[in-house]
Design a protein around this ligand. Structure first.
Ligand SMILES: [Zn+2]
Length: 235
């Protein structure tokens, strides 16, 4: 069943009308973003789109679009509405978690969803150059990279990589030696790390800070609970 509605400037197609039992949550266009529909989206509508998509994901009412059609429709252009910085964890692919498809969102994935120069450049491309309206830093529960940072794991290039997360740990109050057996501390660090990434983007990227100040782009952090699939948004 393909559900369509008029959204983001896209016209609903009468012959593919809403299913009779469609709720607001599971109505989602299968039409790919175009420069026009991207331009008519706002940071708020992009955020709502991801919130609605996650609600569908959680409730098991994800949209089944014809991906081959979307391949065809995105063959010559892309105009994604958002960009997500997420972890490489196999359980948190942004497109699935937010029930999005081809051409909808950029995804930058790195263990521990921190932000470095390369990720900043990717975000600047996604927003300033390619027109995305929303940046989401998406952390998740039970993150192996976060646990590794708590345990101060030393292993090959992982040592330096985890060094990107350790500054957030140093902000947290804990007694004794930090250990990933402390589930509360692990989650506190996941929360802190995601929120610190947003602050770092605004501090280190003049390009994005300007877009945000102009109201053209919004940047938020969120936490994905891998036990429920639900994404909670930080204020
Ligand atoms: Zn992770």
């Amino acid at each position: 069943m393909i559900n369509r509605r008029a959204s983001f400037g896209l016209l609903a197609t009468a012959s593919l009308a809403l299913a009779s039992n469609a709720s607001a949550q599971n109505t989602q266009s299968c039409a790919v973003f175009t420069p026009a529909s991207q331009a008519s989206a706002t940071p708020e509508s992009a955020l709502q789109r991801l919130k609605d998509g996650n609600a569908r994901f959680v409730s098991g009412s994800t949209v089944n679009c014809d991906l081959r059609m979307q391949v065809k429709d995105t063959a010559t252009q892309q105009s994604p509405v958002a960009v997500v910085v997420g972890c490489i964890d196999s359980r948190v692919p942004p497109e699935l978690v937010f029930d999005q498809r081809l051409g909808d969102i950029f995804a930058a994935r790195i263990a521990g969803n921190f932000v470095n120069t390369d990720i900043l450049g990717s975000l600047e491309f996604a927003t300033k150059a390619a027109g995305a309206k929303l940046i989401v830093v998406l952390g998740h529960t039970e993150c192996g990279a976060i646990k590794g940072a708590v345990d101060n794991v030393k292993l090959g290039n992982l040592t330096a990589m985890l060094g990107n997360i350790r500054p957030s740990l140093e902000k947290l109050n804990y007694t004794g030696v930090a250990t990933s057996k402390d589930k509360v501390l692990v989650q506190k660090l996941a929360d802190q790390n995601a929120q610190d990434a947003v602050a770092l983007v605004l501090r280190k990227s003049e390009v994005i800070a300007e877009l945000v100040a102009q109201g053209k782009v919004k940047i938020v952090s969120a936490m994905h609970d891998i036990s429920t699939g639900r994404v909670s948004w930080f204020a």
